[in-house]
Design a protein around this ligand. Structure first.
Ligand SMILES: *Cc1c(COP(=O)(O)O)cnc(C)c1O
Length: 368
């Protein structure tokens, strides 16, 4: 088959954008009201629509997903140790550490790369106050086991659901599981508001606390009761979120088609592992991770070969968090061998709604 280096680069992702006029129309009322941030009309509309979409009674918006997670942890008044996964984005562990808490890393399972429920109990000590699992690549954690263990040891469960926007399990919204779930609306995510994030929860008492924490801890005109942060989402972000929400179904459907095409071409190949499909879940097709385990070429070779054709896959997640320069003094990647191994074998392939199917074929041809 003829293959040539592409003239313009193909990145691992590309932000979805609504038609420009649609966004511009949304901006006009902002020029009239001159209310640009601090919980304006779009902020409130966006919040209500998200509650409906995510099927969750309570939700607070934030300037980004990381602030959402950091302030959610603060709102829960956690102490001591928090069990989490080293196979995630920097944000997950940073949010724990920046709250003065001690992360304890538990390994992932080798099937869907989420926190290994079998090993979780062995990491619990008297100081453990919470678990922060991640729905990696949109693969849903074993939420039932997490809940059982959390109940037995009186632990809070805070899901990093940055990859799982709009997903369901047995028809229930993913945010129904655990005490709180954090979503990220960063430009590279399947659904975005340029930058943005949300905390979804059921416990009403958390609403006020989260609201105050994202607004400097201000509790009244003349009172500041907490050391809060500035985590407010502005009106331009909310407007982008509202526009993108209108088109989301179509975007996900396009992604699903591309994922099916990848899977058809790559599945059943010796040494290539794809994530199993969960028949109980509705997925959002945010990522296309492939693990090369005993394949004729290793991950780094394939990464390089694709780059030679101007196709830029991503080593996501590599390296593991417990081997970052800022953590490796206290932690050792060898304590989580599955995460360490997968991080060296995994590649996420280009995937976004408007990716040409021919590029998918080309990527598969190069790999195969
Ligand atoms: C994107 C992401 C975050 C952080 O979200 P931002 O909105 O970029 O702050 C946290 N965790 C995971 C797993 C992510 O992918």
């Amino acid at each position: 088959m003829m293959r040539q280096k592409l003239d313009s680069p193909v990145a691992v992702t590309r932000s979805s954008l609504p038609p420009l006029e649609e966004y511009v129309d949304m901006l006009k009322p902002l020029w009239e009201s001159a209310w640009l941030t601090n919980m304006g009309d779009y902020h409130e509309q966006f919040k209500e629509q998200l509650k409906e979409y995510l099927m969750i009674p309570e939700l607070e918006l934030f300037v980004n997903g990381h602030m959402a997670l950091e302030l959610a942890l603060q709102a829960l008044d956690l102490k001591g140790e928090v069990i989490t996964t080293p196979f995630s984005f920097a944000s997950t562990t940073h949010a724990i550490v920046r709250n003065g808490l001690t992360p304890v890393f538990c390994d992932i399972n080798p099937v869907d790369y989420t926190l290994d429920a079998e090993q979780l109990e062995s990491r619990i000590t008297e100081r453990t106050s919470a678990i922060v699992p991640v729905h990696v690549y949109g693969n849903l954690c074993d939420v039932e086991r997490m809940e059982q263990i959390a109940r037995k040891y009186h632990l809070k469960v805070i899901y990093d659901a940055a990859h799982a926007f709009g997903e369901t399990l047995d028809g229930r919204g993913v945010a129904e599981f655990g005490d709180v779930s954090m979503f990220s609306f960063h430009a590279t995510k399947v659904f975005h508001s340029i930058e943005g994030g949300a905390v979804a929860f059921r416990e009403k008492a958390l609403r006020q606390r989260l609201y105050e924490l994202k607004n400097f801890g201000i509790t009244g005109y003349e009172s500041v009761e907490y050391v809060g942060a500035n985590g407010k989402m502005n009106e331009f972000q909310a407007a982008m979120g509202l526009c993108n929400l209108r088109h989301l179904k179509g975007e996900i459907a396009k992604r699903e088609k591309l994922v099916r095409r990848y899977r058809e071409r790559l599945s059943g190949t010796e040494g290539i592992r794809l994530c199993p499909e969960n028949p109980r879940a509705r997925m959002n097709y945010a990522y296309m991770p492939v693990v090369f385990d005993g394949y004729k070429k290793d991950r780094d070779e394939i990464f390089k070969e694709l780059a030679e054709y101007n196709i830029h896959a991503r080593k996501y997640f590599y390296p593991c968090i417990n081997s970052y320069a800022c953590y490796r003094e206290q932690y050792d990647e060898r304590e989580t061998p599955v995460a360490a191994q997968i991080s060296r074998q995994v590649l996420t392939l280009p995937l976004y709604a408007d990716l040409e199917p021919e590029i998918v074929d080309m990527v598969c041809d190069i790999i195969l």
